[in-house]
Design a protein around this ligand. Structure first.
Ligand SMILES: NC(=O)c1ccc[n+]([C@@H]2O[C@H](COP(=O)([O-])OP(=O)(O)OC[C@H]3O[C@@H](n4cnc5c(N)ncnc54)[C@H](O)[C@@H]3O)[C@@H](O)[C@H]2O)c1
Ligand SMILES: [Zn+2]
Length: 360
């Protein structure tokens, strides 16, 4: 097991990455200062049958009394209606201010249960037990919780850091192939923006990671989370540095929105978006062609898409680009890399982006 702390002053918390950790959740929660007693254990319909029992047992052994809440799986559950259902169960279960919420699942469960924890009784302790690669390397850490509105994703939310993260990489062995690969896009992103050596190591270790060998998975999850922690520690509110985590996401979001949500998984769209950003980086930040090529080769090794979808240059794409949250004034704050392992922000307008991506 690897353990480190996210240093956020009074809100600092431990992160554990390893194997067999689901059975340790109760003990680790007590060590993190949580009170035993009534807690909510939230999961979804895919994760529940696989891991609910083990985590519930681990909690009971440590004198927690979990009420079990299983939601439908999928993005559709990230809704205010579902939050209300969680509140109902939490009221029924007589959770009080000493109670905690345990989120066992992917980013959907983490964001939803996290938002319920952030708001119920003005805030309950939250424990993230991510079971997807995206959850383990990205969504569990950093305090962003929330749900969707019919007008857009993640429009309703709150910052609420967990009190503990337990990432058991063994859970990743039951994850679907496509879901696992999309998580690799976020892993490669950390290397591209802040850790050149990680790209070297991924070039060597990716086959073992894709074979889901515990050791290399543990290594890469821990390294990714440490990078995210470093960024969040310096800029929790996303006023500056944290924006570099959006590498590949400006074009990625526009692809997701203009190709109809659901066509590409988020990580797949981000993979394409990272190659688009690499291309723009060559023009505007002096990224060498060989380095863009290395990134492409690595994404392809992870079986991720790297080419813009056919007929991407639509009005929908342009308006999705302009809608991007990161937009400031008439320009888009775009994340580029000037070399592998180093990111910078650069203002571009949507015409420049589209022109560059259209050029042969
Ligand atoms: N809060 C943040 O900072 C942040 C960051 C990135 C993404 N997100 C959010 O996360 C969500 C996406 O998360 P996700 O990619 O984890 O998707 P997800 O939670 O929908 O999980 C993907 C699928 O895998 C299943 N699953 C989960 N763990 C499994 C396991 N171990 N074995 C078998 N099946 C398993 C789920 O039931 C689901 O069907 C989005 O809503 C996104 O907005 C949030
Ligand atoms: Zn992402």
């Amino acid at each position: 097991m690897q353990t480190f702390r996210v240093e956020l002053g009074a809100r600092a918390y431990p992160v554990h990455v390893g194997v067999h950790l689901l059975d340790e959740v109760g003990k680790l929660a007590l060590e993190a200062g949580l009170h035993g007693g009534r807690v909510a254990l939230v999961t979804d319909a895919n994760v529940g049958p696989l891991y609910f029992e083990r985590v519930a047992d681990a909690l009971s052994t440590a004198k927690f009394d979990p009420i079990r809440i299983q939601i439908a799986s999928g993005e559709g559950s990230k809704s205010l209606a579902m939050v209300e259902q969680l509140y109902d169960r939490m009221v029924e279960g007589r959770l009080d201010r000493n109670s905690a919420v345990f989120a066992l699942g992917g980013g959907v469960v983490g964001d939803l249960a996290g938002f319920a924890a952030a708001t119920f009784l003005r805030g309950l302790a939250l424990v993230q037990i991510p079971t997807t690669l995206t959850g383990q390397v990205d969504s569990a850490l950093g305090g962003k919780t929330g749900v969707n509105h019919r007008q857009g994703k993640n429009l309703i939310g709150a910052f609420h850091e967990p009190r503990l993260i337990v990432a058991d990489v063994e859970t990743l062995t039951t994850l679907g192939e496509r879901e696992f690969r999309e998580g690799l896009a976020e892993v490669i992103k950390y290397g591209a923006i802040m850790d050149a050596t990680m790209i070297d190591d991924l070039e060597r270790d990716l086959p073992a990671i894709m074979a889901r060998e515990p050791r290399p998975m543990e290594e890469i999850v821990e390294r990714s989370l440490r990078h995210k922690a470093t960024v969040v520690e310096r800029d929790e509110a996303e006023s500056g540095l944290r924006k570099i985590l959006n590498f590949g996401h400006t074009v990625g979001h526009a692809i997701e929105a203009s190709s109809g949500f659901g066509h590409y998984l988020h990580g797949e769209a981000v993979a394409i978006g990272m190659m688009a950003a690499a291309r723009l980086s060559q023009t505007y930040a002096g990224l060498r062609a060989v380095d863009a090529e290395r990134l492409r080769a690595l994404l392809k090794m992870a079986a991720l898409p790297v080419e813009m979808p056919s007929q991407w240059a639509s009005e929908n794409f342009a308006s999705a680009l302009n809608l991007d949250k990161k937009r400031s004034g008439s320009n888009i704050e775009f994340i580029l890399i000037d070399r592998i392992g180093h990111a910078l922000t650069y203002k571009l307008d949507s015409e420049q982006i589209i022109a560059e991506l259209s050029a042969d």
